[in-house]
Design a binder for this molecule. Structure first.
Ligand code: ADP
Length: 322
């Protein structure tokens, strides 16, 4: 019966995502900061910090076209470039946002697939695209009939989508009574962790190596003290201070904004309905799974949750086909 109820809940949410559009996720009124591609990377950092945001769409004003999404991954790429070519610090200082693709090439990382969706397409489609490309955020791009130019309406994130689901589907999320352990939600082996004494650079290398966006910070008993996130890199290199990356994780975490929402933990015996309750109420970007003594057990990312909600129990063919 639990299985049946769980499937019923998941199907309800999937149906909901099929009848809503990405546009529905956006608040009635919102502000969008778009950065000119010609801006110095160094300056873009300050703008993000001043606006309390961690990413922004880029605009090529020569072509009047959308030029991709700036995210913390781009800054991590710049840091990797700096590590590989330490003698070029003067040049790094002069890089513009339009050089980000050259930086990717120089350090040999594959450019992230630029996916965008039309705001009026079903939300379900945006979710499937996110999972397929591992993009954590997708720009909503529309066309302006008058000028024939592209227009960036907004950006939707995994976080916004899960929040939207949580807020609007209580009747379905309350059916999700299986525990984290029962459904195997999250990652429990080969966890990448750091200690307070590791340098920021160590942690960045760890994130790059594992292709993850957060690393739990633990003490010597494996008790969870904090989480270092990819977005924590932004204040670290403010003003182009790349040499400060040798500072410790502990020091870096002190630079977090005043309104940092904190970290969220759960236990393996928590049920998915409770997790949706947390998502509904808080600004949660991942859950750290701990035991009774706060020791690290695992990590549940928003992509793990989205994947489960969209794909669990779907036909294999269907997954490959889309
Ligand atoms: P998201 O895609 O939501 O930003 P991540 O990139 O952090 O999340 O996670 C990608 C995958 O890696 C998820 O399946 C998650 O469970 C796993 N993961 C996240 N952090 C770690 C970590 N520190 N060690 C090992 N695996 C992790």
């Amino acid at each position: 019966a639990l299985d049946k109820e769980q499937m019923q809940g998941l199907r309800g949410i999937r149906e909901f995502l099929k009848v809503r559009t990405s546009y529905d996720v956006l608040p009635l009124s919102f502000r969008l900061v778009v950065l000119d591609n010609n801006l110095l990377i160094k300056k873009s950092l300050n703008i993000l910090i001043q606006n309390g945001i961690v990413s922004a769409p880029l605009w090529d004003s020569q072509k009047s076209a959308f030029a991709g999404l700036l995210t913390s991954t781009d800054y991590i790429n710049v840091i990797q470039y700096y590590c590989q070519f330490p003698d070029e610090i003067d040049q790094v200082d002069q890089f513009r946002l339009s050089s980000l693709r050259d930086i990717e090439r120089a350090i040999g990382v594959l450019p992230l697939e630029t996916v965008s969706v039309h705001p009026m397409r079903p939300l379900y489609e945006a979710c499937r695209r996110m999972l397929k490309t591992r993009a954590r955020r997708i720009p909503l791009v529309d066309y302006d009939d008058e000028t024939g130019h592209e227009m960036v309406v907004s950006v939707i994130t995994q976080y916004r989508i899960l929040k939207f689901i949580a807020v609007n589907n209580e009747k379905y999320t309350m059916l999700l009574k299986k525990t984290v352990k029962e459904i195997g939600l999250g990652t429990y082996s080969n966890l990448a962790t750091a200690t307070m004494n590791n340098s920021v650079l160590d942690v960045i290398h760890l994130m790059v190596k594992h292709n993850i966006s957060a690393v739990p910070v633990v003490d010597r008993d494996n008790k969870v003290l904090n989480v270092f996130e990819a977005v924590d890199v932004i204040p670290c290199i403010k003003g182009g201070a790349y040499d400060e990356l040798s500072a410790s994780v502990g020091e870096a975490l002190c630079r977090r904004a005043e309104d940092f929402p904190g970290i969220y933990t759960c236990s393996e015996d928590d049920r998915l309905d409770a997790i949706f309750e947390t998502i509904r109420k808080s600004r949660v970007h991942r859950l750290i799974v701990v035991d009774d003594e706060s020791r690290l057990r695992g990590i549940i990312s928003l992509s793990d949750i989205l994947k489960y909600v969209l794909l669990f129990g779907e036909e294999e063919d269907d997954i490959r086909g889309s």
